[in-house]
Design a protein around this ligand. Structure first.
Ligand code: FAD
Length: 455
C-alpha cells in the first residue's frame, strides 16, 4: 500500500528524511494540507501565503520530474489526512517534526488515528535534545549555543531520492489557484516577485551566492546598505533548504563564518524556547509584563498606522518598514530598531508589532518572530532590559544607513550623508513627516512608564 508524505514547512526533495524513508518503502503520495481550520491554528499571514503558493508550485514541478506529483487538500489536517489514508489504503504517514503548538496538536490528533512516523532534519539538532548537564532545557541563548555547537557538525545532508514511485491511482487534488493565496486587488506582491525565487532551486541559488561572502559576514551583517547577509530566512522557514545543507556549504569558509553559524543557532534556539513556552507568540514570559500600561485609543492607533506605513519621521525606521512592505523582508539590524521604536518610543504592546510582522514577512516564523520581539521588549526569558532604549538616529549613523534610506525613502534621497539620518526642520522635504515624538521626550516617557509599572 502507498505511504503518505505530509509536507509542511519542509518543501524540498533533498535532505528530507520523511520523503527519503517513504520512497524507500514503496509508492508515495506527497500531500500538502492547507489548514486554516484546526482550533488555535495560527492562520498564515499574507506575505507567507504568497510565498507558499510559489513554493508549492515549485515542489510540484520537482516531484513531476520524478514521475510523482503533489496532492493538495484543505481542512483540519488530522481529519484530512485520515480521510486520504482511508481513500488510498495508505497505512502510514511520514512527516518531519514541527514545533509550533498547533502542529504538535495536529500530530497528536493524527497519531491517534493512524501510524505517524516523524523524522528530524529541519534544525541543526532536534529541538529539545540540547540540554544542560542536569538534563534541563536551556532558557538563555549563549549557553544553548555553546552546547549545540559542541554537537556540530550536523549530519551530512542526503540527496533527493533516486525514484519516487507513483501510486496505482492518484487521489483527487485541489487546484492551487482555488486556494487564492496570491493577492489580486490590489496586487501588493510586485516587489516580492522581483526579489525572490521561492522553492528549492531558488534556495540553492541563494546559498551559492552567499557561500563566497560567508567569511566576511561579521563585518557586513549590521550594515543595512550592504547585502552582507544570506537572505536565506524565508527559504529556511519554508524548509526549501535544510540548515544542515547550509552549515556544510559554508562551515569551512573561514573568516567570521562562525558568527553566521551562531545566527543559525538562534533559529534552533527559538524552537527550543517555544517547545518550553508554546504561548510565547502571545504572552510575555516575564510575570506581570503584559499588564504594562501600553498606549491604546485613537492616538496610539494613528501612531501604529504611521509605523506600519513607514511614516514615523524617523528615516531608519521608515526605510525598514517600507522595505518590509515592499519586499516582505527587513534587515535584521533595522528589525531591532523598528521593534524597539514601536515598543519604547510609541509605547505600543510588542504583540501588535509581532502580528504586523507575522502578516508582512515572507520569513514570518512563529518561534523566531516571538523570540525576537520578546527580546526587544525585554519580556522574554532571554531579553535585553526594557530600559535599554535604542536611539534610532545614532544607530542609523553608526551602521551607515544613508544609502539604505535613500533606497527606501526616496523623499530623502537628495539629502547629504550628514543630514539624512535626522533631517533638521529646515532641510526636511515637505512630503516627509515630522517625527511622531522627539527622541528625548520618548525616552523619558518610556522610563517613567516603566518606573510606574515597577511601582
Ligand atoms: P542571516 O544573517 O544570513 O542569518 C542566517 C539565518 O539565521 C537566517 O536566515 C535565519 O534563519 C537565522 N537567523 C538569523 N538571525 C536570527 C535571529 N535573530 N533569530 C532567529 N533566527 C535567526 N527571523 C525569521 O526567520 N523569522 C521571523 O519571523 C523573524 N522575526 C524577527 C522579528 C524581530 C523583531 C527581529 C529583531 C528579528 C526577527 N528575525 C526573524 C530574525 C532575523 O532578523 C532574520 O532571521 C534575518 O534578518 C533574516 O535574514 P538573513 O536570512 O539574511 O539572515
Amino acid at each position: 500500500s502507498p505511504v503518505i508524505v505530509w509536507f509542511r514547512r519542509d518543501l524540498r526533495l533533498s535532505d528530507q528524511a520523511a520523503l527519503a524513508e517513504a520512497s524507500a518503502q514503496g509508492p508515495v503520495i506527497p500531500v500538502y494540507v492547507m489548514d486554516d481550520e484546526t482550533p488555535r491554528h495560527r492562520r498564515m499571514g499574507g506575505a507567507s501565503r504568497w510565498w507558499l503558493h510559489r513554493s508549492l508550485e515549485s515542489l510540484d514541478a520537482a516531484l513531476r520530474e520524478k514521475g510523482s506529483r503533489l496532492i493538495l487538500r484543505r481542512g483540519v489536517s488530522a481529519q484530512v489526512l485520515a480521510e486520504l489514508a482511508e481513500e488510498t489504503g495508505a497505512q502510514e504517514v511520514h512527516a518531519l517534526h514541527h514545533y509550533e503548538p498547533w502542529w504538535r496538536n495536529a500530530e497528536k490528533a493524527l497519531a491517534a488515528k493512524l501510524t505517524l512516523c516523524l523524522h528530524h532534519g529541519n534544525y541543526l539538532a532536534p529541538p529539545g535534545s540540547v540540554t544542560t548537564g542536569a538534563g534541563n532545557p536551556y532558557k538563555i541563548y549563549t549557553p544553548f549555543w555553546r552546547a549545540l555547537n559542541e554537537r556540530m557538525p550536523p549530519p551530512e545532508p542526503t540527496p533527493r531520492p533516486h525514484t519516487i514511485t507513483a501510486p496505482a491511482q492518484w487521489p483527487r487534488s485541489d487546484a492551487l489557484a482555488d486556494w487564492k493565496l496570491l493577492p489580486s486587488r490590489p496586487d501588493w506582491a510586485g516587489g516580492m516577485r522581483a526579489m525572490w525565487q521561492p522553492g528549492e532551486a531558488g534556495a540553492a541559488k541563494c546559498l551559492r551566492a552567499f557561500a563566497d561572502a560567508a567569511s566576511r559576514y561579521e563585518a557586513r551583517r549590521n550594515l543595512p546598505s550592504d547585502d552582507g547577509t544570506s537572505f536565506l530566512s524565508p527559504h529556511l522557514h519554508f524548509g526549501e533548504i535544510s540548515p544542515a545543507r547550509v552549515w556544510h556549504a559554508v562551515a569551512d569558509a573561514g573568516g567570521s563564518v562562525g558568527t553566521f553559524l551562531g545566527e543559525l543557532g538562534w533559529r534552533d534556539y527559538a524552537q527550543n524556547v517555544i517547545l518550553q513556552f508554546p504561548d510565547y507568540g502571545g504572552k510575555s514570559a516575564k510575570e506581570g509584563f503584559d499588564a504594562f500600561a501600553w498606549r491604546s485609543g485613537k492616538a496610539a492607533a494613528a501612531d501604529m498606522a504611521a509605523w506600519q506605513q513607514g511614516r514615523t519621521g524617523y528615516p531608519i525606521v521608515d526605510a525598514g518598514m517600507r522595505q518590509l512592505w515592499h519586499t516582505g523582508w527587513m534587515h535584521n539590524r533595522v528589525r531591532m530598531i523598528a521593534a524597539s521604536f514601536l515598543i519604547k518610543h510609541l509605547l505600543i504592546d510588542w504583540r501588535e508589532g509581532e502580528r504586523w510582522f507575522w502578516d508582512t514577512l515572507v520569513d514570518a516564523d512563529y518561534a523566531s518572530n516571538a523570540v525576537n520581539w520578546q527580546w526587544s521588549a525585554g519580556s522574554g526569558v532571554d531579553a535585553q532590559m526594557f530600559v535599554r532604549i535604542m536611539a534610532p538616529l545614532s544607530q542609523s549613523e553608526k551602521f551607515d544607513a544613508a544609502d539604505y534610506i535613500r533606497q527606501w525613502v526616496p523623499e530623502l534621497a537628495g539629502l547629504s550623508d550628514a543630514d539624512i539620518h535626522d533631517p533638521s526642520p529646515g532641510r526636511r522635504p515637505k512630503d516627509y513627516p515630522v517625527p511622531l515624538i522627539d527622541h528625548k521626550a520618548a525616552r523619558e516617557r518610556a522610563l517613567a512608564a516603566w518606573s510606574d509599572h515597577r511601582g
